[in-house]
Design a protein around this ligand. Structure first.
Ligand SMILES: Cc1cc2nc3c(=O)[nH]c(=O)nc-3n(C[C@H](O)[C@H](O)[C@H](O)COP(=O)(O)OP(=O)(O)OC[C@H]3O[C@@H](n4cnc5c(N)ncnc54)[C@H](O)[C@@H]3O)c2cc1C
Ligand SMILES: *[C@@H]1O[C@H](CO)[C@@H](O)[C@H](O)[C@H]1NC(C)=O
Ligand SMILES: *[C@@H]1O[C@H](CO)[C@@H](O)[C@H](O)[C@H]1NC(C)=O
Length: 539
């Protein structure tokens, strides 16, 4: 009999898990506390306790060819960046097509996951579920935790002296749904992340004044990259990833800042990140610079203190008569059903092998899916993660020893500090585990035999190889071989630009214009200084 796997949550991660367990012949049940699938993409007017919450105007920041399930492309009439309701539509269509719904027990809360008494031998878990007010305990052979990590708001009220005196109202971005309530109001948004920027820009068209306070700044990028192509279709390629690892850091830093500043000079907008090229996760917002130019949004430093009606910033300036403060200060992950020591096995730090497996357990029967964040879309990442986890549970992949896994975790931290990454694709420290997208995807792919073999491809199928290496590193790249092999993958890769270009081609008769494969290279070679730097190094 197949092993029994419990899957907690039916968001993107949960659905990917169900599908992979099916493919590996595992028996599985998925528990979802809300009434429907989709996780954070299932919009509701009121935030629900324990489930991620988004606002009405959320659009994706990954384009459709990069965020889809690897064997389920969006149809070509979807826009490149889609509204959350369209993502939800896609997720539901996927679940229906792959017949996943019958494995889901909805309105069922998992309230506790504990090792069974015989864990050392069996690796089993005791899982307590609550449905219709009744509790029930069941034993499972393995668990996949897919409960999301943008659920519990980080509301740093203690770091803002005077907030208790403040007479206006304040809320976390999680409780922000739409702009209506803010008409004519004076609003302060704290935090320059994706949510903070989106909210500030949205409010600026009807609020009286909007200010964003930021401690360290962010790299604000446009979804629309050079020549109007979606940013990730141009930036997230194997070729860029190769350059990023090959170039010396000072060259890549310089190039990064130069590249970034071509859209607009960040300094002039008060948006320059304090730590320069050592950047945090980028923020995607096309409108922020124009709102700043129009004066409807202003950028301010950190808030020193609040008074009854105003905020005093660190540079001494004051924002008076504030009606509302919105804390777009991100999230803390929490797994209330799980003992903290399982994922934080040392010094209260998260220790997870490849961001998935707790290394210090006698049996590898628990996987955290969707915990790692990379500068790439979440869907293809969790898809590879669950494939690997399902294979480990089914014993067709084995993990290294506890010691090797701990060494790998420590090694990774060392590497992160060295920072030998290139251009658009690098990260600083942050709350969640972050990692370079393509490197991470290839690593996962190599564990399960799904990593594309580029030299072999160049020999056997040069046309495909060119698109795989120089073109966008789209989810389909991990499907021409390995588990979940999909016969349509080759075609999906070769037609990804056609789906991207569809609407504009209804008017034009000629071939869709796509970026030339060597586009990036040529562009960079045009920097004479870049050449000079290279010369210097090789001398
Ligand atoms: C505003 C916003 C925009 C984003 N935009 C993008 C984007 O453009 N591109 C991108 O790649 N990523 C984006 N993300 C990242 C996003 O996190 C992922 O795309 C993905 O949706 C995460 O899915 P998940 O299944 O891991 O978690 P979730 O979607 O949070 O799903 C978790 C599910 O688990 C259920 N659950 C939780 N606890 C329990 C329990 N105890 N018992 C039973 N069920 C439980 C919840 O009800 C929920 O349905 C965005 C995130 C946010 C917040
Ligand atoms: C897109 O936005 C979400 C939510 O604001 C963020 O968590 C995610 O990292 C962003 N994606 C990229 C590729 O930056
Ligand atoms: C996607 O972006 C391209 C530009 O790269 C544009 O020509 C095309 O019309 C967009 N596709 C859709 C479906 O809107």
């Amino acid at each position: 009999m197949g092993k029994r796997v419990a899957i907690i949550g039916a968001g993107v991660s949960g659905l990917a898990s169900i599908r992979c367990c099916l493919e590996e012949g595992l028996e599985h049940t998925c528990f979802e506390k809300s009434s429907d699938i989709g996780g954070l993409w299932k919009f509701s007017d009121q935030p629900e306790e324990g489930r991620a919450s988004i606002f009405q105007s959320v659009f994706t920041n990954s384009s459709k060819e990069m965020i889809c399930f690897p064997d389920f492309p969006y149809s070509d009439d979807y826009p490149n960046y889609t509204h959350h309701s369209k993502i939800q539509e896609h997720i539901k269509a996927f679940a229906q097509k792959k017949n996943l719904l019958r494995y889901i027990q909805s309105e069922t809360l998992v309230s506790s996951i504990k090792k069974c008494p015989g864990f050392l031998v069996t690796g089993q878990w005791d899982i307590v579920i609550e449905k219709d007010g009744k509790q029930e305990s069941t034993t499972f052979d393995a668990v996949m935790i897919c409960s999301g990590h943008r659920v519990y708001p980080n509301l740093p009220t203690n770091s803002f002296p005077g907030l208790e005196k403040f007479q206006g109202n304040y809320l976390h971005s999680r409780n922000y749904k739409d702009r209506e309530a803010f008409k004519g109001k004076r609003v302060l948004v704290i935090g320059l992340g994706n949510s903070g920027c989106d909210i500030a820009v949205e409010l600026s068209s009807l609020a009286a004044q909007v200010m964003i306070s930021t401690r360290s700044g962010s790299w604000v990028m446009s979804r629309v990259w050079d020549d109007g192509y979606p940013w990730d279709m141009v930036c997230v390629t194997r070729f860029t990833s190769f350059l990023q690892n090959a170039l010396p850091p000072f060259v890549s830093d310089w190039l990064y800042v130069k590249n970034m500043n071509t859209w607009f000079k960040r300094k002039n907008y008060g948006l320059m990140p304090l730590n320069g090229p050592l950047r945090k996760e980028p923020v995607f917002n096309d409108e922020l610079p124009s709102r700043i130019l129009c004066g409807t949004v202003s950028i301010k430093p950190n808030v020193k203190q609040f008074t009854e009606t105003s905020a005093v910033f660190e540079d001494g300036t004051v924002f008076e008569a504030i009606d509302s403060v919105i804390f777009a200060t991100g999230y803390d992950y929490a797994y209330p059903f799980l003992d903290d020591s399982i994922i934080k096995s040392r010094n209260n730090e998260v220790t997870l092998f490849k961001g998935i497996f707790p290394p210090q357990m006698e049996k590898s029967t628990l996987a955290m899916i969707g915990f790692v964040q990379s500068l790439g879309a979440a869907v293809p990442t969790v898809d590879l993660q669950t494939h690997w986890a399902a294979k480990v549970f089914a014993n067709s992949c084995t993990l290294p020893t506890m010691k090797e896994m701990m060494d790998d975790i420590d090694g990774k931290m060392g590497k992160k500090l060295k920072c030998v990454f290139f251009s658009f694709l690098r990260f600083g420290q942050s709350q969640t585990l972050q990692t370079d997208y393509i490197t991470y995807m290839d690593e996962l792919g190599s564990f399960i035999g799904a990593k594309p073999n580029i030299p072999w491809l160049f020999l056997t199928d040069p046309q495909l190889a060119l698109e795989v290496y120089f073109g966008p590193c789209s989810p389909y790249q991990f499907r021409p071989m390995g588990p979940g092999k999909w016969d349509g993958a080759r075609n999906a890769i070769l037609t990804q630009w056609d789906r991207t270009m569809k609407p504009s081609r209804t008017k034009a008769v000629q071939e869709a214009q796509r970026p030339h494969p060597l586009f990036n290279l040529l562009k960079m070679l045009s920097f004479p200084v870049f050449l000079l730097a290279i010369l210097l190094i090789f001398y």
